[in-house]
Design a protein around this ligand. Structure first.
Ligand code: NAD
Length: 359
């Protein structure tokens, strides 16, 4: 199947809508929504910018950067005019730019709350990168502002638009292999740059906030439930490198009826797995959380889906929701908050020496 048409089919099937329904009918579309990227670091440059060249329902209309040397390259590559260039001092004036409908926050984690609130108050819908904030309290504040100003707040949860993850969710909901009883979810990598903000506490660094959150997400969307209790322990391989933030965390989450998720995250070990253990079989993704190409198999077959662009589908899914009210794939701010609640409890368990904490 051609990539673009597969994207459409996928987006419609995962939103729970009949594939025959032409939700992408262009007659309904007023115009492409305008997106502003805030922070032109590695994720914006490597993934979101290029994805916005593939999207059908939104396009890049503005950039927010503190680095003058990036401006020309972005203006040329994405055809952005002078009025679409902002810095962190004049960011709020984006309120006057009616070409921008959605502001996408791609900043270090400690800046998510401040810039999300500023963008909402500027009258824009917001997509916020993961983790939503530094803790659940901040996430709640962000949601309150979005309700107050009546603008939508979404999470950058791209895997909700990945066919391998959607297939796994289908197995869980349809009980293809019987009941789901065990989830094993691990995401980690060796971080090499000792000066990276991801190793600084004030920036909201640490492996759990950076990649462990994917294991929490996967356990939550596969079970379709919130954990009822959890326990967690932290391990450090290098006291100087990880003196401010967590290195390796291993935790267990208990769900209803004896379902359990064993999870791990690390900045000193390479892991990228999702294993779903059902009564009568299994599904396994490896690599599971990459945005390049997920791969996997079940106890019955190899999984094989055409390659898609997760970020393009994700931003199109949100845009289609905003334009046509077609449901998005559960990437609202409530999902971000639920993950922050779990993260807070994991840190609470660690500071209580692995004590089991109820949620
Ligand atoms: P990065 O360090 O490469 O980029 C961050 C950008 O913020 C840089 O352009 C930097 O100049 C800018 N910035 C503005 N003010 C800053 C300040 N005071 N201090 C430091 N930087 C400042 O980081 P990244 O990897 O692009 O991550 C950005 C966000 O995107 C993070 O929240 C991260 O968790 C998220 N992310 C998500 C994915 C995903 O797959 N969904 C992947 C990578 C990163």
């Amino acid at each position: 199947m051609e990539r673009r048409s597969f994207n459409k089919t996928l987006a419609s099937s995962i939103a729970g809508i009949s594939i025959s329904q032409n939700i992408f009918s262009h007659s309904k579309i007023r115009k492409k929504l305008g997106v502003a990227l805030v922070g032109l670091g590695s994720y914006s440059k490597g993934a979101l910018g290029p994805a916005l060249l593939e999207t059908e329902f939104c396009e890049l209309k503005a950039i927010v950067t503190g680095t003058k040397s990036k401006v020309n390259e972005w203006k040329l590559k994405y055809n952005i005019n002078d009025n679409g260039v902002y810095n962190y001092k004049n960011f709020e004036s984006i309120a006057n730019n009616d070409q921008v409908d959605i502001v996408y926050i791609v900043l270090p984690n400690n800046m998510h709350k401040e810039y999300t609130i500023k963008a909402l108050e500027a009258g824009k819908h917001v997509i916020c990168e993961k983790p939503m904030a530094l803790n659940a309290e901040e996430a709640k504040e962000m949601i309150e502002v979005s309700k107050k100003v009546r603008k939508e707040l979404f999470m950058g949860y791209r895997l909700h638009y990945d066919p391998y993850h959607l297939e796994c969710i289908n197995y869980c909901r349809n009980k293809t292999f019987g009941k789901l009883n065990v989830v094993l979810a691990e995401f980690g990598y060796g971080i090499s740059n000792r000066d990276h903000w991801k190793l600084k506490k004030s920036y909201g660094g640490g492996a759990l906030m950076d990649v462990g959150i994917y294991a929490i997400q996967a356990a939550r969307y596969c079970t379709g439930e919130e954990p009822i209790s959890l326990s967690a322990k932290e391990y450090k391989t290098d006291q100087t490198k990880f003196n401010e933030v967590d290195d390796t965390i291993v935790w267990q989450m208990e769900f209803l009826n004896g379902k359990v998720a064993n999870c791990a995250t690390s900045f000193s070990a390479s892991m990228n797995n999702l294993h779903l253990g059902f009564e009568k079989g299994f599904a396994k993704l490896h690599p599971a959380y990459t945005w390049r190409k997920v791969s996997g198999y079940t106890s019955k077959k190899q999984l094989s889906f055409p390659s898609i662009n997760q970020q393009a589908l994700h931003m199109d899914g949100i845009s289609n929701y905003l334009i046509n009210k077609i449901p998005h794939n559960n990437v609202g701010a409530d999902e971000g908050l639920k993950d922050m609640i779990v993260i807070d409890k994991i840190f609470e368990s660690i500071s209580n020496n692995g004590q089991t904490i109820s949620l």
